[in-house]
Design a protein around this ligand. Structure first.
Ligand code: F0G
Length: 359
């Protein structure tokens, strides 16, 4: 039988807290492609690669952390997990809980999560609760529930999540055979920024790499507490996945930025959507808006002259475009794409395509 990727817990068992006693709850996450992006290299003069995390089983990077968090929860006897989410964590938690045969309760901000993610949480039989508040309210409630009731918290304040997510950095190093010069990544709670920094740090300490990448993290302009150094009470952005005003891993992210000589930036929604379109139309990778902020961040920093020509740059794009497909149908002028309708005749289609019959 051909070799099949076994999921991050088995592939990296020697680098994670996994023992004989750990039941491995996996859906085959990880092993995602690191794709060269010639169009972005041409635009920036750098050597640009995209880590396409939308290729995970539930369509986002959350699966790397969730396999770890749910496996450890089951190891410790948990029968129910809980999380607050802007959508992807809830989809992932519900899927892994279903696989493990336990219950997932998911708290999401009412009306503020993308349809694909809502659909996943319900399809995987999650106990979906829409809270009349924002993500930060949801997380506070989830933490309190986990403290006082028999439910196991699987947000990234749970270190098992960060541990699982650090494996993406290992995979990048395996492909490039060293760390990149720069790594670009979206920031919501800053859990993933923290996880990549940990993964790259461990590779350096093992002597596998020669450097730490400079970790460049981006928040949406209407939701940029870390960039501005203060909690945002009513965060607002079309990138609903990162609409977070009080990030859980704030302190860890500050420490990681200092250690990697990193950077935090804020990006306007219009630039996020522009970058999403560039990635889908020029590279062939469709991501949700929050993920496109990595691309927007690169274009912005490159235009600012901060990315030397020839640098090796990796971008994490965190979630699949199919999660929130409405943005793909939105044209650059803000209008909706209208399908061209023709009669069922070859010549009619050829006319629309501007094709002339060959002699
Ligand atoms: N990109 C996507 C697609 C996300 O869903 C998230 C976070 C992030 C980036 C930011 O990652 O929080 O580790 O800094 N989504 C969480 C959720 C909050 O509930 O799905 P972070």
């Amino acid at each position: 039988m051909a070799k099949q990727w076994r999921g991050v817990l088995r592939e990296y068992a020697d680098r994670l807290d996994v023992t004989e006693a750990t039941p491995v709850i996996t859906l085959g996450e990880g092993g995602t492609p690191l794709l060269p992006a010639p169009a972005l290299s041409a635009r920036t003069g750098a050597n640009v690669w995209v880590k396409f995390e939308g290729m995970n089983p539930t369509g986002s990077f959350k699966d790397r952390g969730m396999t770890m968090a749910v496996s450890k929860a089951v190891e410790h006897g948990a029968k129910a997990i809980i999380c607050a989410s802007t959508g992807n964590t809830s989809a992932s938690a519900a899927a892994y809980a279903a696989h493990a045969g336990i219950t997932a309760a998911v708290l999401v901000p009412e009306g503020k999560i993308a349809m694909g993610k809502l659909s996943q949480a319900v399809a995987h039989n999650g106990q979906l609760i829409q809270v009349q508040g924002n993500f930060d309210d949801c997380l506070e409630i989830a933490r309190e529930l986990a403290e006082h009731y028999p439910v196991h918290l699987v947000n990234s304040v749970n270190n098992d999540r960060i541990e699982g997510q650090k494996t993406a950095a290992f995979e990048i190093v395996e492909v490039l055979e060293d760390a990149p010069d720069f790594h670009f990544i979206p920031i919501g709670n800053a859990g993933n920024y923290t996880a990549y920094t940990r993964g790259f740090t461990e590779e350096l300490e093992r002597g596998i790499t020669t450097k730490l990448p400079r970790m460049f993290g981006f928040q949406a302009a209407g939701s940029a507490p870390i960039v501005h150094g203060e909690v945002v009470k009513n965060p607002d952005t079309i990138a609903s996945a990162i609409r977070i005003g009080n990030p859980a891993s704030w302190e860890l992210a500050l420490e990681a930025r200092t250690r990697t000589n990193g950077y935090f930036g804020a990006i306007e929604d219009t630039k996020i959507l522009e970058a999403q379109r560039i990635l889908s139309s020029e590279v062939g990778i469709f991501v949700e808006p929050a993920s496109a902020i990595s691309v927007a961040g690169l274009l912005e920093r490159s235009a600012a002259g901060e990315i030397p020509a020839g640098s090796t740059v990796t971008l994490t794009v965190t979630g699949h475009g199919l999660k929130d497909p409405q943005w793909g149908l939105r044209l650059e002028d803000g209008s909706q794409a209208q399908p061209t309708i023709v009669s069922a005749e070859t010549s009619a289609v050829a006319d629309v395509l501007g094709l002339k019959a060959q002699a």
